[in-house]
Ligand binder design. Structure first.
Ligand code: NAD
Length: 296
């Protein structure tokens, strides 16, 4: 059944996600601060909303895809925001990658007003957003998850219920902390191998079938050669930009601090990616950290 979906945040990810909802036959009202992003949605068959209040009042479902927690808090809980204007029963889906505390606070406020809400951050990047093959990591009640699922199925391929409110964000930052740490580990090994006169291809052949095997090595090898599909073979064009990895590592550190978890390697990974980004690496793929570690 066709629903009216309000979509706020029509950027690199939100734009193609909203277009997929249009293609599936829904009426999509979009809002973004960027006029160009609004026009792109209109070209794809969506409608431009005059503002957040109008969009929220008209929608059966609201999806948000915003940069950070402060935007999400403002747009949901601020004056003239979604919670003030949506009808009780409106389904709310936030797919932005944000801090766990903000996700839980906004979902708590929405639930009190009778609006089921999930946090549903994604992985899969802009290619996955365009192809409708994103992975959604979802936090919220069973009922909210069940209500959100048909819409997530349109925008994604793998939809996982990770538990209660905020657990989608928790899954996303824990996964990306593993990835950031393991990419640094793999990169250090290639730098050491170079110094020891061990050929990169030989290290790849051995470690990819030995106990050093991991995704950062076998699906995203940080040096050119062994894996033709990895960004290392195209001058480290992203892929997944180092600035995005740094954002997620910082979110993991915030969560570690507020929950009292010990994550010493996560902290070190955040500080190495900070140095790398500050030295000009922020728009390169995150695997280019190997160049920073090598010093070239
Ligand atoms: P983006 O900067 O391209 O898009 C964000 C959009 O939000 C922009 O168009 C901006 O104008 C809009 N916006 C900001 N404040 C607003 C406001 N007050 N009202 C209306 N619109 C507003 O970012 P993106 O790459 O689309 O990422 C969105 C989210 O998805 C982020 O949380 C990011 O971490 C996450 N994410 C991105 C990727 C990726 O590969 N790009 C992958 C996974 C997750």
């Amino acid at each position: 059944m066709s629903q009216t979906i309000g979509f706020i945040g029509l950027g690199n990810m939100g734009g193609p996600m909203a277009a997929n909802l249009v293609k599936a036959g829904h009426r999509v009202l979009g809002f973004d601060l960027s006029g160009a992003a609004m026009s792109a949605l209109a070209d794809a068959g969506g409608e431009k909303a005059a503002g957040i209040a109008e969009l929220a009042a008209a929608a059966d479902v609201v999806v948000t895809m915003l940069p950070a927690g402060k935007h999400v808090r403002q747009i949901y809980q601020g004056e003239g925001g979604i919670l003030e204007n949506a009808k009780p029963g409106t389904l709310l889906i936030d797919s932005s990658t944000i801090d766990v505390d903000s996700a839980r606070a906004v979902i708590g406020a929405a639930t009190e007003l009778g609006m089921p809400m999930v946090d549903a951050p994604v992985s899969g990047g802009i290619t996955g957003a365009a192809a409708g093959t994103l992975t959604f990591m979802v936090g919220g009640t069973e009922d909210a998850f069940a209500a959100a699922r048909p819409f997530l199925d349109i925008m994604g391929k793998t939809i996982v219920h990770a538990g209660g409110a905020g657990n989608g964000q928790a899954a996303k930052i824990c996964n990306n902390m593993i990835l950031g740490i393991s990419m640094i580990g793999v990169s250090e090994a290639f730098v050491l191998a170079e110094r020891l006169g061990l050929d990169a291809q030989k290290l790849f052949d051995i470690s990819s079938t030995a106990s050093g095997q991991c995704w950062a090595l076998t699906s995203y090898c940080p040096v050119p050669g062994p894996l033709p599909s990895s960004p290392a073979n195209r001058e480290y064009q992203p892929g997944f930009a180092a600035a995005m990895m740094l954002k997620d590592l910082k979110l993991a550190q915030e969560a570690a601090n507020s929950s009292g978890a010990a994550t010493p390697l996560g902290a070190e990974a955040a500080s190495l990616y900070t140095l790398f980004c500050n030295s000009g690496g922020e728009s390169q793929d995150f695997s280019a950290i190997v160049r920073f570690l090598r010093g070239s």
